[in-house]
Design a protein around this ligand. Structure first.
Ligand code: ATP
Ligand code: TZP
Ligand code: MG
Ligand code: MG
Length: 270
């Protein structure tokens, strides 16, 4: 995985304009659609159990996000996910708040049990709770308790037989054998709600154009972090409101050249 390949994948997303079917939460819906549009993908949100199987099968990727889950939506997610699985459409999962309540933890574990997932992205606490390990979580935000996130990502990828990304100050991504660490991003991302959720959908856009899900996921993490750095240069001092606008702008203008200049990815020794 090198920065040239990542730049090419970014250009492929823009050229292909992939349709990304999102079943996401009420907090981040508009931000997610705008972020995908800015990047060069084509977002659609669809939830009705009568149509999700049809939408998922024509999409380049399906993104399931349980941020504001309810029984009707979980049922529809399983219908959409099994349609995507039947039609070889990659399914990505964001287990928002897994571990915060028993209902969230049980639902996340049901989704990983019943669907074949290409990628799961969350904070460390969410990923730990999906695989049945306890890790402090406060609402939907990662707790303070530390731990080795690279080891956790690799173990979770092996246990769930999928690519696992854990984000935070440093992002890690593993397919169960290789582990990459990405040192991009900016702390002000934590002051805008939905930056994790949008990232999972951006990973969906990359997975739609690249079958190697580890490469697609790593490329999305680097591109997203570099865009955040460019936006922060312009707006971090003004605060999260200005940053959010500049971040959407940066997703639409970030280039392969920026990725080459600022991207920071390494394969870990694990
Ligand atoms: P949480 O609820 O714990 O904030 P999340 O789902 O919002 O999780 P994040 O882990 O915040 O997801 O990841 C979203 C983006 O923010 C990623 O690109 C990540 O690299 C970046 N990020 C998060 N924390 C930092 C930080 N301290 N410094 C730099 N980038 C960060
Ligand atoms: N509550 C339920 S979903 C949600 C909140 C605040 C959004 C979480 O978004 P992110 O991307 O995990 O910060
Ligand atoms: Mg965050
Ligand atoms: Mg999140």
């Amino acid at each position: 995985m090198n920065l040239e390949t990542i730049g090419k994948l970014l250009e492929n997303v823009r050229k292909s304009n992939p349709l990304v079917h999102n079943m996401t939460n009420v907090v981040v819906t508009n931000f997610t659609a705008n972020g995908l549009l800015a990047l060069g993908a084509s977002p659609v949100m669809a939830y009705a159990e009568q149509e999700v199987a049809d939408m998922a099968k024509i999409a380049g990727a399906l993104v399931l996000n349980m941020g504001t889950l309810n029984e009707r939506e979980v049922k529809a997610m399983l219908i959409a996910g099994s349609s995507a699985n039947r039609h070889q459409v990659p399914v990505l999962f964001d287990p928002v708040g897994a571990g915060a309540t028993p209902y969230r933890t049980e639902t996340a574990q049901k989704i990983v049990r019943e669907l074949t997932l290409s990628l799961i992205r969350g904070n460390a606490a969410e990923i730990a709770n999906v695989i049945g390990e306890s890790w402090e979580i406060k609402g939907v935000d990662a707790g303070e308790a530390g731990g080795d996130v690279a080891t956790l990502a690799k173990a979770a990828a092996q246990k769930l037989n999928t690519v696992v990304a854990i984000t935070g100050k440093v992002d890690v991504i593993s397919d169960g054998s290789r582990v990459y660490a990405i040192h991009n991003g900016h702390p002000i991302l934590t002051k805008v709600t939905g930056t994790g959720c949008l990232l999972t959908s951006v990973m969906g856009a990359f997975a739609a154009v690249e079958k190697d899900v580890l490469a697609a996921g790593a490329a999305a993490l680097v591109t997203y972090g570099v865009a955040a750095q460019l936006a922060a240069e312009k707006a971090a001092a003004e605060g999260p409101g200005s940053f959010q606008i500049q971040f959407l702008n940066a997703l639409s203008t970030v280039t392969a050249d920026d990725v080459h200049r600022l991207g920071a990815i390494e394969q870990t020794g694990l």
